[in-house]
Design a protein around this ligand. Sequence first.
Ligand code: HEM
Length: 486
Amino acid sequence: MDLMHRALLTALGALSVLYALVKFSLGYWKRRGILHEKPKFLWGNIKGVVGGKRHVQDALRDIYVGYKGRAPFVGFYACLKPFILVLDLKLVHQIIFTDAGHFTSRGLYSNSAGEPLSANLLQLDGHKWRSLHAKSAEVFTPTNMQKLLPRLAQISARIHSDLGKVGLQTRNISELVGAYNADVMASMAFGLTDQDHQEFSRWTSSYWAGFKLWNAYLALEFPLIARLLQYKSYAEPAAAYFQKVALSQLQEQRRRDRQPLQTFLQLYSNADQPLGDVEIAAQAFGFLLAGLGPLNAILGFCLYELARQPELQDRTRLEIRKTLEQHGGQMTPEFLRELRFTKQVLNETLRLHTPHPFLLRRATKEFELPGSVFVIARGNSVLIPTAAIHRDPEIYPDPERFDPNRFEEEAMRSRPPASFLPFGDGLRGCIAARFAEQQLLVGLVALLREHRYAPCAETTIPMEYDNRRLLLMPKSDIKLSVERMD
Ligand code: HEM
């Protein structure tokens, strides 16, 4: 047999093995006898998502709508990986709250030895996450979050100076809110002073440089091999910058010690069970990773919705102005508590444009659904499709309409538990939800107090999302016309 034939036979053999492996992987739910969406070869049930033709939230919503009411959950495949998609709010509640002990993991890739910044609260699982979570809970207390408020208010003044005193102008809202949120991260998560913020902002857009979806997928599937091969999730120059900044700020803070508590670094190193410096640096990076995108998205989407409904915008502004006057112009915790309608506006934005379209859990123990034949096996990955739940017409009638009245107290009470989860909840819920809400409110106060927003020729209506991101982000920067008011 000549060389050519041998090469051809080897290639054919390899292809047959690959085909058999793919078919075997895509047969998981059938073998388990579980209701599932029929998968397509290689893509499973997310065809179009990998190539950026549709957003992951739409793919999940199609499955949710197609199977809701038929079973508590349905199986599907993201490429070759089997997932459970939860369809029933009772089961959501069990996974997040009552039986959360079975679902304490996410199953994300992390390698604390080779990539110390990946040892953050978001990515870790198991006993490392447990111990870190206990220490972080000491940091994110309501009292500590209130201590950070004066600094937040100070940073929000930048929005005013950025908007300037010019009458009518077209502004890039994504850039404007992005600068505010990056300033907050630079200052509070990394302890940087104002003059270092520009460099910090530049690096925030580069830690995903060189990101390859297939590599990340393989690292997720085969973490041991990925660790052996020293796979890195983040671009090394950016990771080195963030680690260096956090470590040097920790040292700097110790030198000038007795300042009021204004950063997470200080709160972590002053806690009863302080973390080591490298661990604290990883948390600062984790906050950037988990927080910056959704904060930017929500403030942008919120102004976009208010620009399109001027009467809602006026009502929000009136509440802000009146309440601020009652509090002598000071942004105190009481002032924020009284911004009831503004909070409804934020919640409605979180519902309609849920930044994390799903919550992810991995079963750490087998879970038998009480009173049924259904079993979630140990190791199964579970998705809770929050964006689909937030747009379910049986829970939120006329779901595409932006209507903050949905978040009036009585309306909220009338909805079933676990039907509004923009920050997740329970053991693995967003540890910084309270802080994030505070940051969003302070940002909105600064944005709306003296400026009016309206759509302009450069505003994309209806909103288009960036299909290449798992997080819900606008496809292009949000631009609006901004007018300074008397
Ligand atoms: C609008 C802003 C934000 C939204 C919508 C948001 C949403 C979320 C969601 C959905 C999760 C997963 C929850 C779950 O699985 O149940 C999460 C986790 C997390 N978030 Fe946020 N987040 C926001 C801002 C922030 C900020 C500002 C920080 C840090 C300062 C932060 C830090 C974290 C961390 C560390 C986790 C992982 C917690 C753990 O696994 O124990 N988030 N967030």
